[in-house]
Design a protein around this ligand. Sequence first.
Ligand code: PGA
Length: 245
Amino acid sequence: MEIIKVTNYEEMSKTAADYIITMVRQFPDATLGLATGGTPVGTYKRLIEDHQDNKTSYKKVTTFNLDEYIGLSGENPQSYRYFMDSVLFNHLDIQKVNTFIPNGTALDLEKECLNYENKLKNHGGIGLQILGIGNNGHIGFNEPGTAFSSNTHIVDLADSTIKANARYFNNIEEVPNQAITMGISTIMQCREILLLASGEAKADAIQQLLGKEVNEHFPASILRSHPNVKVIADEAALSASKVWA
Ligand code: PGA
């Protein structure tokens, strides 16, 4: 695991965006794994700016998102489909049919999980996956205790995740308590991973990521055994990690 220490959120976003842009310019038909949440928004903003200024094209790019809430359709402003469309896809020349996000309103959710996993495999897997990290060590919506062998599956969200995500909803009761997420095994099959972290709120999680034994109680710890992970973290996120502070 390589640690890239940056000053702040802006620098984290720029570093991640530059990395993605270089990849897309080199491999115009790249397959990107994308994340939602507050962390990657600055990165996406820079991808849009670069697309407008430098014409980097996403016409042949395919994307797979990590997760989606169960029960929210893509028209719901709290859904991750809506988030990705409004924060990124609508502003690039990417073809929407090449942007994949699990369908949280599928009639047969188990089948949706299987289909998503197969679609990803048939597509040849993900070249570069962007990840955030939850305060409890979750990656995607893989909460503590998720089997490292898991593929795309249905999860019950941890109370801490529901609380953390309530800021996007009118009130906490509106936060769905289940989601579909790529599994840990799905994520580990990505050829390269960029994990982004900014702010003091992530300091404990980053400390555990860097210091903890690989353990299913802290899902992100599995990344220590992936051959190609870069952690782009700012000073505040690294403030509890002795070697890096
Ligand atoms: P955040 O979420 O980017 O909104 O902090 C990260 C996560 O929960 O994975």
